[in-house]
Design a protein around this ligand. Structure first.
Ligand code: SAH
Length: 207
């Protein structure tokens, strides 16, 4: 089956659960095959996670789309993405926002992600190697924080502190299965709501 048909089928499947047209267009416009290893390319437009090396996975498109819809990044927004992995999720966010800073702890994945972003022509993502549980104080605060690895108990304090007024943060919380939590800062106060059950790899906190 051709790549275009695969792409159309994925977007049709996502449309049943995600209604934000900007998000669906962003997913359709990022060539996911450039963000997976060569042997996974035939499956790139399937709605499932795929292995990307280092025991990590590229997230399922439905999960990426759902998180983007809940975060609703605006064209002027500055985004912090924790757990950059393949760079795919960052690339989708970058279609919706002004600029994305993405942090990944595995240097091998950072190297691959930078190459994939370049190949895909994405110019507004900066991939940084490091421990994202400290956030990125140099460029804080962020309008949007996207956490793609599960916080075991508490959401790291640095991430809460680096959320701008009016900002939104999405973060999976829990050990094996997690709740996706949507945090908001309004009038200085943080609030959170549990949105949907998910399964992410753990956020490793190096201390
Ligand atoms: N968003 C990615 C997939 C995320 S998988 C994509 O689109 O491909 C989760 C990633 O979080 C893994 O690559 C893992 O190495 C990374 N990770 C886990 N703990 C981290 C931490 N403390 N700081 C930065 N990255 C972390």
């Amino acid at each position: 089956m051709g790549a275009n048909t695969d792409r159309e089928e994925l977007i049709a499947a996502l449309s049943a659960e995600v209604t934000d047209r900007r998000v669906l267009d962003a997913i359709a416009s990022v060539p996911r095959e450039l963000f997976v290893p060569e042997d996974q390319r035939p499956y790139a437009w399937e709605n499932r996670p795929l292995p990307i090396g280092q025991g990590q996975t590229i997230s399922q498109p439905l999960v990426v789309a759902t998180m983007c819809e809940m975060l609703a990044p605006g064209p002027d927004d500055l985004v912090l993405d924790i757990g950059g992995g393949s760079g795919y999720h960052a690339a989708v966010l970058a279609r919706l926002a002004r600029r994305v800073i993405s942090i990944e702890r595995h240097p091998e994945l950072v190297g691959q992600a930078r190459q994939s972003l370049e190949d895909a022509g994405v110019e507004n993502v900066e991939m940084i190697c490091g421990d994202g549980s400290h956030g990125y104080p140099a460029e804080a605060p962020f309008d949007v924080i996207n956490v793609a690895a599960a916080a075991r108990g508490e959401v790291p304090a640095a991430l809460k502190e680096q959320l701008a007024e009016g900002g939104r943060m999405i973060v999976p919380v829990g050990r094996w299965r997690q709740w996706l939590e949507l945090w908001r800062r309004k009038d200085g106060e943080l609030s959170r709501e549990r949105v949907v059950a998910v399964a992410f790899v753990p956020l490793v906190e190096d201390g």
